[in-house]
Design a protein around this ligand. Structure first.
Ligand code: URP
Ligand code: ZN
Ligand code: ZN
Length: 491
């Protein structure tokens, strides 16, 4: 038995039309008017939009980072994603220092066992030895087509220019894509040291340690290397005018460069949010930092004119008030005990979070909760305000991510033969975003109190219902790994 989605308005990256969509064995088998089939479950979509499931190509679930781990894992994070209409994501499998790229995959495969939505990995290169360089092409056999390198986070993930250049050469030779976190980590280290020495320790100084200039400079450096090597480049979490200018210049020269921004960079500001009184600003600490509205306007323009192709989340959530629970006493009693072990025994315990950086902004774990909010906020800010069309919304959140990362048309489209990952979207339904009602495991919401209009009311993964209103129908382990194809188009 299949499912017939009747009388919906189908929205694709190029069109909007009234149609029925028939789903059998997890794939779309027919799109047209007046489809009738006996014995199928019927979903009435009148007055609703039918869109491809969202694809979030930038997430960090269960990431060890900043002296703790991000909260959401492949169970809770997946449910939160699905409640927000996202049915596929790509996480970063980070190479352990001294380890191989396959070690990274094995660690992330273990984390992915409870998967509820479909997923893949980018591999994060942290230690590009000669043996690792030789290992890169074998990732294609595992369905991995994208590498990630960090130009920031000195002494943690940062690589030098030679490493980035060599990785690009190898990727280009194998039809792969290189992604970069573009900030000049050496200059950031210098600025941070100076600020702390001057006693500037509050969260807002995080901004001054990572100004737009060091993001634009690193973006330009990566763009130049892409032009020299011919390697497709995808700059993650672009936040500012300086980086957009670098991407525009590269694209005008015909270099294969692309970029994404994240939902938070269109709304959250340095002045109001990061600069909030006391320690409150820690809730908004991420890298690169959130910028003020003049940069938001530049990002919208870049989304409209195609300089940016994708909006993702960089979801990497930490408690605002973490470390809560009697774990210190427990750890003292149990030799070698630590908070992760404690958490396994007492799930109500909160692992350390943003409070790690009280008195020193550079120790605040970097990252934000957003995997659930992306589609609702982008629709509200973008479509409701007339900045982008519903088709462009689908393109940047669903279709382009699938194309750039080698999953199209299995994912990111409503086409015959494609996976039936579908959102029934009610453009009239309103919802107030809040920590009280979200499914992300986090004690605050970036968008607390924002009343959005337009949201998913039902969400399907390969024809199986995951979400209906506030009810959850997914299954532990029901998510599948998506094997991706190399030589994807540069958009
Ligand atoms: O602040 C951020 N962005 N945290 C996650 C790691 C990264 O840089 O993407
Ligand atoms: Zn980053
Ligand atoms: Zn990230």
């Amino acid at each position: 038995m299949g499912t017939l989605f009747r009388n919906g308005t189908v929205v694709t990256a190029s069109d909007m039309f009234e149609a029925d969509v028939l789903v059998e064995d997890g794939v779309i088998t027919q799109i047209g008017k007046g489809i009738s089939r006996r014995g199928h479950e019927v979903v009435n979509c009148r007055g609703k939009y039918l869109m491809p499931g969202g694809i979030d190509v930038h997430t960090h679930l269960d990431l060890p980072f900043g002296g703790t781990y991000s909260n959401d894992d492949f169970d809770v994070g997946h449910k939160a994603a699905a409640f927000g209409g996202t049915t596929t994501h790509i996480d970063f499998a980070m190479q352990p220092k001294g380890g191989t790229l396959h070690d990274a995959l094995n660690i992330w495969r273990e984390k992915s066992k409870p998967a509820q939505i479909d997923y893949s990995y980018h591999v994060g290169l942290t230690d590009l030895r000669d043996d690792v360089m030789d290992e890169i092409p074998s990732l294609l056999d595992e369905g991995i087509t994208s590498l990630k390198l960090f130009m920031a986070y000195k002494n943690v993930f940062q690589v030098d220019d030679k490493t980035l250049y060599r990785a690009m050469m190898q990727a280009a030779a194998n039809g792969m894509l290189v992604m970069v976190h573009a900030e000049n980590g050496d200059v950031e280290e210098q600025l941070r040291t100076q600020l702390l020495a001057e006693g500037k320790t509050d969260p807002v100084w995080h901004y001054s340690s990572r100004p737009p200039e060091i993001e634009g400079e690193a973006t330009n450096r990566a763009v130049v290397m892409s032009g020299m090597t011919g390697c497709p480049l995808y700059v993650v979490h672009v936040t500012c005018e300086q980086s957009i200018a670098a991407l525009r210049r590269g694209r005008a020269l015909g270099y294969p460069v692309m970029g994404e921004s994240c939902v938070q960079y269109f709304h959250i500001t340095r002045d109001k949010h990061l600069g909030a009184k006391g320690f409150e600003g820690a809730k908004y600490v991420c890298s690169p930092p959130v910028r003020n509205p003049e940069h938001h306007a530049v990002l919208w323009q870049a989304i409209k004119d195609g300089t940016l192709q994708v909006v993702s989340t960089d979801h990497c959530d930490f408690w605002y008030e973490g470390g809560v629970g009697p774990w210190k006493e427990w750890a003292e009693k149990h030799n070698g005990g630590n908070w992760i072990e404690y958490e396994k025994q007492d799930p109500s315990y909160r692992r350390p979070g943003k409070e790690l950086g009280k008195g020193n902004f550079s120790k605040i774990p970097n990252g934000l909760p957003a995997i659930e909010d992306r589609l609702m906020v982008m629709w509200h800010l973008g479509v409701n305000s007339g900045k982008i069309s519903p088709q462009r919304f689908v393109e940047i959140n669903c279709t382009n991510p699938a194309k750039i990362f080698g999953m199209y048309p299995k994912k990111g489209a409503i086409v015959v033969g494609g996976d039936a990952d579908l959102i029934v979207w009610d453009p009239k339904k309103t919802h107030t975003l809040s920590a009280e009602t979200q499914h992300m495991k986090c004690d605050y919401s970036l968008f607390e109190g924002m009343k959005v209009r337009g949201m998913p009311v039902q969400v399907y993964l390969r024809g199986r219902k995951l979400v209906d209103g506030d009810q959850w129908f997914g299954t532990n382990g029901g998510g599948q790994f998506v094997h991706r194809k190399p030589n994807a188009p540069v958009l």
